[in-house]
Design a protein around this ligand. Structure first.
Ligand code: IPE
Ligand code: IPE
Ligand code: MG
Length: 243
C-alpha cells in the first residue's frame, strides 16, 4: 500500500549491498547485481506510484573500475542487457531515463545503448530516472569547473551548479543509502548539500516498498532548516533548492 505521506519530489539512492546479498547465499557477486536490477525495477514503480518526480540512482562509481575485471565486465554487460530488456516497458510506463556520468570510457556499444534508451524515453513525463553510471561527485565538480574555465566563464556556485551533470533536476530532497554503510562514496557531493540522509540496513536486493515507505517516513520526521532557525520556518519557508 502506498505511503499516505506525500513523496519527496526528488529521491536519490546509493544502491549498495548486492555483493553481500550474493555472498550470504554462496552465489557469485554478479548474481547479487542481477537481483539489484529487479530491485531497481520495483523501486522505480513504487516511486512513480508515490508521485516522486525524479529518482536518481547510483549504479556504478568512478572507483568501481578497480574491482576484479570479471565483476566490472559483468556489470557492463548487465547494464547493456537490462537496457534492452527494460526500456520498452519504462517507455510505456512514462519513465524518462537519463544516464549521468562520464561516457568517454564506456564501450561504443554501451554508449549507443545509453543514447538509444534516452531517445526511446525522451517523451516520457511521469517520472525521471537518472542512472548514475561511471559517475563520481568529484568527477562532476571537476568537469563542470573545467567546462567553465575552457569557456572563460567565472566560477561561482551558480555557474558551477548550471554546468553540473544533474543541472536538469533540483537537488535531491531525500538521499537513501542501503546496505548499512553511512557514507556517500563520492555520490552527489555537490547536490546533497541539504538532502536528508536516510540509511537503511537492508541490502539493495531486499529493499522493498515497506523500506521505501520507512525512508519516506523518516524524511517527514526531519525538520529541514537550510541554515535558518525553527521559528523562522513557519513565516518564511526556506527556498534553497535550485530552479
Ligand atoms: C552496489 O553493491 C553495486 C555496485 C557498487 C555496482 P556492491 O557490489 O557494492 O555490494 P556490497 O557492498 O559488496 O555488498
Ligand atoms: C557505492 O558503493 C557505489 C554504488 C552503489 C554504485 P560502493 O560499494 O562502491 O562503496 P564503498 O566502496 O563501500 O564505499
Ligand atoms: Mg558496496
Amino acid at each position: 500500500m502506498a505511503s499516505p505521506l506525500p513523496a519527496p519530489e526528488h529521491i536519490a539512492i546509493v544502491m549498495d549491498g548486492n555483493g553481500r546479498w550474493a555472498k550470504r547465499r554462496f552465489l557469485p557477486r554478479l548474481a547479487g547485481h542481477k537481483q539489484g536490477v529487479d530491485a531497481l525495477r520495483r523501486c522505480v514503480k513504487a516511486c512513480a506510484e508515490r508521485g516522486v518526480s525524479a529518482l536518481t540512482v547510483f549504479a556504478f562509481s568512478s572507483e568501481n573500475w578497480s574491482r576484479p575485471a570479471d565483476e566490472v565486465s559483468g556489470l557492463m554487460e548487465l547494464l547493456a542487457r537490462a537496457i534492452g530488456r527494460e526500456v520498452p516497458q519504462l517507455a510505456r510506463d512514462g519513465i524518462r531515463v537519463r544516464f549521468v556520468g562520464d561516457r568517454a570510457s564506456l564501450s561504443a556499444h554501451l554508449r549507443a545503448g545509453l543514447e538509444q534508451a534516452e531517445a526511446q524515453t525522451a517523451h516520457c513525463q511521469l517520472m525521471l530516472l537518472n542512472i548514475c553510471f561511471n559517475y563520481g561527485g568529484r568527477w562532476d565538480i571537476a568537469q563542470a569547473a573545467a567546462g567553465l574555465a575552457a569557456r572563460g566563464e567565472a566560477i561561482t556556485p551558480e555557474s558551477l551548479d548550471a554546468a553540473m551533470a544533474l543541472s536538469h533536476v533540483r537537488d535531491p530532497d531525500l538521499l537513501i543509502r542501503t546496505g548499512g554503510e553511512m557514507r556517500l562514496s563520492n555520490f552527489l557531493l555537490w547536490q546533497a548539500a541539504y538532502s536528508e540522509l536516510v540509511f537503511s540496513d537492508k541490502l539493495w536486493p531486499d529493499f522493498d516498498e515497506a523500506a521505501l515507505d520507512a525512508a519516506i517516513a523518516a524524511y517527514h520526521a526531519r525538520e529541514r532548516r537550510f541554515g535558518l532557525i525553527s521559528e523562522q520556518l513557519a513565516s518564511e519557508p526556506p527556498v534553497l533548492a535550485r530552479a
